[in-house]
Design a protein around this ligand. Structure first.
Ligand SMILES: [Zn+2]
Ligand SMILES: [Zn+2]
Length: 278
């Protein structure tokens, strides 16, 4: 049995111009997923952007003023209303309204305000790293320092987020920094950062939260991360395609589920959301 997809973006995310909540539901039903949890972006960090990053942001319709990008706020009422309509139309699919909360540890008050809206799931993500002036999107941080230093900085920030924010229950894309690895000093190998990964995973396991297997396709599925997660005491996993268009919910889920089973995890009692250590 395939797991629910618990990380899906729609037209309510600024970086998903081709998103469609309704079509994502159609796709999830076609694939036979037991459920889909929408996690549109609630990003709170204002970014100082390089020229490269600015070109990307403008391409998706974002506004930059004086080299600074302010992510648009999530229209919570509009988004939740759209989820409600989909629930009526797709009554056989378990549809949940979550958010992907970016850098909650940097914005504790705003994160608490959003969490008070009682979403069905909050996925916590580090998307930003400090740079000399302000913050950089993680992809953009490679413009400042060597490749390996970005990954180490990222994992240190993930550990800080886990230790200082209680506002999320699933850690999204722990290997996000590697998605943008430029390869200036060779190939990315997660084993080169095992100790930093283990530190973050240990903190997450101690707080009884779930690790996401992100199947966005930017990186091959990484069984090492799951082995380390289990060894550090991790008990819960969530599956997320991080889809930004309606064709990709559930992407690579058969392979991800097989990898999770090989690492000793299986469906929980309800069979529709988190998998548990067996
Ligand atoms: Zn993210
Ligand atoms: Zn995402």
């Amino acid at each position: 049995m395939l797991p629910a997809d618990q990380h899906v973006h729609t037209q309510w995310s600024a970086d998903a111009p081709n998103g469609s909540m309704r079509q994502a539901c159609v796709r999830a039903a076609e694939l036979g997923l037991p459920g889909i949890t929408f996690t549109d972006h609630a990003d709170l960090t204002t970014l100082a952007v390089s020229e490269n990053a600015a070109a990307y942001i403008r391409a998706i319709g974002g506004q930059i003023a004086d080299g600074v990008y302010t992510p648009p706020p999530l229209d919570v009422a509009g988004y939740v209303g759209c989820v409600r309509e989909c629930r009526q139309e797709f009554s056989d699919l378990r549809i949940r309204a979550g958010i992907e909360l970016g850098d909650p540890h940097l914005h504790p008050q705003e994160a608490a305000r959003l969490a008070a809206a009682r979403f069905d799931l909050i996925v916590g993500s580090v998307h930003s790293l400090r740079r000399d002036a302000g913050y950089a999107d993680v992809a953009d941080r490679y413009a400042d320092i060597p490749d390996a230093d970005v990954v180490r900085e990222y994992l240190a920030e993930v550990t800080t987020m886990i230790e200082t924010s209680q506002q999320f229950t699933v850690l999204a894309h722990i290997n996000y920094a590697a998605r943008y690895w430029p390869g200036r000093d060779g190939e990315y190998r997660s084993a080169d950062f095992e100790s930093e990964y283990r530190t973050a995973l240990r903190a997450l396991a101690r707080s009884n939260r779930a690790l996401e297997i992100n199947t966005s396709g930017w990186l091959p599925l990484d069984p090492d991360l799951l082995d380390w997660w289990r060894q550090e005491g991790g008990a819960l996993i969530s599956f997320g395609s991080d889809a930004h268009d309606p064709d990709t919910p559930g992407r690579e889920f058969p392979a991800a589920a097989a990898m999770a089973q090989a690492a000793g995890f299986g469906p929980g009692d309800c069979g529709t959301a988190l998998w548990v250590r067996s």
